[in-house]
Design a protein around this ligand. Structure first.
Ligand SMILES: [Mn+2]
Length: 333
């Protein structure tokens, strides 16, 4: 009885440290008598519930395939890994997205903009509902234009724009008039800032290494804080993330991380439509997410631009799942 009480007290103490020790598995009849029972430890996430939304859309990009991203991430065992962290999962499925062959692209300066806006409208509603229901939205892209929908939904749910950490090789801040391609996945930050779904004071970009001349001007005009790959190289990701958290999370605002997989070096994340050499290492990418988990301010996650056509054995989607887990509190120990 006393031993049982002491044992229970220890479990409580360990639970308070964020670690729950599960009882060892029962030895089956065939198990040898001197077998040492394994103690399985699991770090549980402080996040109780996530709401997953898939957006199978590639209309914002010219290279096709990122519409398969949500499937690839689910195939990479997203649910199983989240359950392992003790998180309740509400998967709201994939949004209905018109296929390119039937969608109308009337404006060459912002291709498929009407269709993309309509999808973003639907996404915003789901994101807003998820936050109201007490879930942390996890949005799976799809091309990066979907960030317009996610940010709209978050802004409505919170009553003001979230802090924004935009992890990307590109600035995605082209306007329809500055863009040379008309691809809307290069414009979501422009529209978010212009329409008040993001504010420059709480917006930070990390990982930039391929920025158009006009985008450099727009970044200066909007006053967005950027940490390029040069900054990451010189200062190290820990210091970059310390600053990024402070800026995005100012005044206790919830932080949204909009994570374009092309931020990561193509050697680790080959499955993206627009790979650029010299990106984040595997560990730098995880540190971004681990430090967001530590901040206690992470409110939502978006993983975009996963392109299974260019991937190797679903490596990039698996990496995305690992990064989501790190953001939700999975730690090495
Ligand atoms: Mn992007």
């Amino acid at each position: 009885m006393a031993a049982h009480a002491a044992n229970a007290a220890m479990v409580v103490a360990r639970r308070n440290m964020g670690v729950v020790f599960r009882p060892p598995p029962r030895a089956g009849p065939a198990a040898s008598h001197n077998e040492i029972p394994a103690v399985v430890s699991t770090t549980l996430s402080p996040v109780r519930r996530v709401d997953i939304v898939g957006v199978p859309m590639d209309l914002g990009a010219s290279r096709r395939g990122v519409d398969m991203g949500p499937s690839a991430v689910r195939y990479a065992r997203l649910h199983e890994k989240l359950r392992g962290l003790g998180i309740e999962i509400v998967d709201r499925g994939d949004l209905a997205v018109p296929i390119r062959e039937s969608a109308n692209s009337e404006d060459a300066s912002a291709k498929f903009f009407t269709v993309i806006s309509s999808v973003c409208h639907d996404l915003a509603l789901l994101v807003e509902q998820a936050v109201s229901a007490g879930g942390m939205p996890i949005v799976l892209g799809g091309d990066h234009s979907i960030a317009m929908g996610t940010l709209t939904g978050l802004t409505r749910a919170y009553g003001s724009p979230p802090g924004l950490i935009w992890v990307d090789a590109h600035a995605d801040i082209n306007s329809p008039s500055s863009s040379t391609t008309g691809n809307v996945h290069g414009m979501p930050l422009y529209f978010a800032l212009k329409n008040g779904f993001a504010v420059r004071e709480r917006t930070v970009q990390i990982g930039l290494r391929d920025v158009d001349a006009d985008e450099k001007r727009l970044l200066r005009e909007f006053g967005v804080k950027t940490f390029t790959m040069t900054d990451v190289d010189k200062r190290g990701m820990m210091h970059v993330m310390d600053d990024a958290r402070a800026i995005a999370g100012a005044d206790a605002h919830p932080i949204h991380v909009s994570f374009d997989m092309d931020a990561i070096d193509p050697s680790e994340a080959p499955g993206t439509g627009t790979p650029v050499k010299g990106g984040l290492s595997y560990r730098e990418a995880h540190l971004v997410m681990e430090m967001l988990a530590d901040s206690g301010q992470l409110g939502s996650i978006e993983m975009v631009e996963i392109n299974p056509i260019f991937d190797t054995r679903n490596q990039t989607a698996s990496l995305a799942v690992g990064l989501i887990c790190s953001a939700l509190g999975k730690s090495i120990l």
